[in-house]
Design a protein around this ligand. Structure first.
Ligand SMILES: COC(=O)N1C[C@@H]2C[C@@H]3O[C@]2(Cc2nccnc23)C1
Length: 130
């Protein structure tokens, strides 16, 4: 009903705000756009579910997420993929893994500080009812 659409509209506003703040953080520049397959031809042989911050925003606008948990599954792909594709001890791999871990910790800290657990519970109820 209308109240449910109000809740989902508020969810999208919250998720857009979080995603845009991450995109503005210079540490996360490598995560803002899809990895360029022309530059990295083997990327899709290693990473089965590519994800990036611009794709998160598109998904939000396409109403893909009804709960924060669904959003988190995709947001977690960004840093998980970076750890998987860049496992070596060379400085470049270590650099992007450090930023991937910073992304993981930053997303969790934002949600711990800014997401009301009652709000997420209402979103989960809407999801179960559909
Ligand atoms: C989230 O970003 C990444 O996982 N990567 C991995 C790729 C390997 C390395 O860095 C990336 C882009 C790139 N392009 C050209 C040459 N080498 C690289 C970014």
């Amino acid at each position: 009903e209308e109240q449910e659409e109000d809740v989902l509209r508020e969810l999208r506003l919250f998720l857009r705000n979080v995603t845009e703040r991450l995109s503005l953080d210079r540490r996360f520049k490598a995560f803002t756009r899809p990895v360029d397959i022309e530059e990295v031809p083997d990327y899709l042989m290693v990473i089965k579910k590519p994800m990036d911050l611009s794709t998160l925003l598109t998904n939000i606008d396409e109403h893909k997420y009804v709960t924060v948990s669904e959003f988190m599954l995709d947001a977690d792909l960004i840093w998980q993929n970076a750890l998987e594709y860049n496992p070596d001890s060379d400085p470049m791999d270590r650099h992007i893994r450090h930023r991937a871990c910073a992304l993981k910790d930053t997303v969790r800290a934002i949600l711990r500080d800014e997401l009301d657990e009652d709000f997420e519970r209402v979103c989960e109820e809407i999801k179960e009812s559909r």
